[in-house]
Design a protein around this ligand. Sequence first.
Ligand SMILES: CC(C)(COP(=O)(O)OP(=O)(O)OC[C@H]1O[C@@H](n2cnc3c(N)ncnc32)[C@H](O)[C@@H]1OP(=O)(O)O)[C@@H](O)C(=O)NCCC(=O)NCCS
Length: 190
Amino acid sequence: MIDDVHPLDAETGLRPASVADAACLAASLTRSRAYMKPWEPVRPDSFYTPEGQRERLAGLLADRAAGRSMPWVLCDAGDRAVGAFTLNAIAFGAFRSAVLGYWVDVDLAGRGLATAAVRRICELARDELRLHRIEAGTVLDNTASQRVLAKCGFEEFGMAPSFLHIDGAWRDHRLFQRILHDGPVTGAEG
Ligand SMILES: CC(C)(COP(=O)(O)OP(=O)(O)OC[C@H]1O[C@@H](n2cnc3c(N)ncnc32)[C@H](O)[C@@H]1OP(=O)(O)O)[C@@H](O)C(=O)NCCC(=O)NCCS
């Protein structure tokens, strides 16, 4: 299930990322660079190249193999990667939690795709990874991201001053979480 392609609308889907997505992700990130600038860390130019994305994906996939991360891409009708959704810092034990990050190509923004993808990821995190909770943080004025989280059932639980270095400065963040279930702790990881 977690390795399937999950349709989001007639043309797009969510599927696990692979190193083969590097060139499409580099092209999409380059197209979207100015659009994403207020909400992202300052990246070196190498980040926007296929080689930079190959290195990033290799690291993410090593983290996936170690159970620490689950990287998905948004794919279009031609199976080109045009966005990314990642559960990071996956923890098991008594926490069973992860931190969600995401972006969508500038040319596909505003079509409900982030909302559909985050909803699906919440289901997969609950049913496949057996997580209890997902957390996400946004800079104070990232209204689009806050709207996505609200539509997906996330609730604000705090404000973290000077939390992340975004667009060249340490920015306060609003913190959100969605409790996925309050059932028993299950799964091989304990
Ligand atoms: C945040 C992001 C992923 C949303 O993707 P998306 O596919 O456009 O999101 P959706 O279409 O599912 O929903 C966006 C919602 O925000 C609203 N929105 C968008 N821009 C807005 C703005 N400037 N002010 C208020 N609301 C806004 C939309 O109207 C929509 O809400 P609605 O369904 O109630 O009308 C995308 O804008 C993005 O990649 N941004 C840059 C990276 C980023 O911010 N990542 C998140 C970091 S926390």
